[in-house]
Write a protein that binds this ligand. Sequence first.
Ligand code: COA
Length: 238
Amino acid sequence: MFLYNTALAPDSLVDGKPLEVRLAFCGRLAGDESSGRAWLTPEEERRWKALACEKRRADWLSGRVAAKRALMPELAALDVEVLNENSGRPFLRRLDGGPAAQISISHCAEGAVCAVSINGGPVGVDVETVAPRAERVVELYAHDSERRAGLACDARKQTLLWTLKEAALKLLGLGLTCDPRDARLRSLEPDAELAFFGAARRRWEDLGRPAIRSAWRDWAWSAGSPCMLSWCWTSEVP
Ligand SMILES: CC(C)(COP(=O)(O)OP(=O)(O)OC[C@H]1O[C@@H](n2cnc3c(N)ncnc32)[C@H](O)[C@@H]1OP(=O)(O)O)[C@@H](O)C(=O)NCCC(=O)NCCS
């Protein structure tokens, strides 16, 4: 069920200690949901059963398993719940009442990924299968300046640009409730600077204008389609 579980140490410090951001993965759960259910608390199982369709239940479950996998060094699966705010943003609740890390979840056809910021501020992650997008779709998320700079000129870059924006907007807790063109990049170089406008800027300012770092990888589940995986983090706890 688990393909990968790694710890990444971005070169950021929190109270003099390296910021720890972990990514954990869970291949798509199909047909063996009973094994995944061993990872759910009664409250999570209640919410899982209430989800309307099988695809949604599989996505939701694989995201929870990825999140709990990321926390395994410190917490057993049933010591923590992965719940969602009304906005959809996921959060952790430790059943012992202890402080919980910040998380973000993404699913795609082949599985789910969870980013956990153990000692830093909010985090965002997105994974998407690399695929070409119609120009009219690209126009909905790539700002003119990004298209002119060639950041959406082929399928790989279109997917990368999308995942970086979605990861950043998840970090801000907005998801797609704001215009993705309001999170803008000048390049797709590693750790390229993100600039925010409109509602995204207002949320970023509300959070105290944290410095947001980003990273991405070309990624594939074993023998799966090429994907793009992007994540954003900040060492500044609001
Ligand atoms: C956040 C959002 C962009 C994710 O869309 P997606 O690409 O379909 O899905 P992903 O698999 O990458 O991410 C899904 C996860 O995002 C997280 N998420 C949802 N809303 C979020 C928010 N406001 N902030 C941060 N994370 C959020 C959830 O953890 C969700 O997984 P879960 O429900 O299993 O816990 C989307 O759910 C959203 O913004 N919805 C708002 C409604 C909307 O405008 N929809 C238009 C769609 S075109």
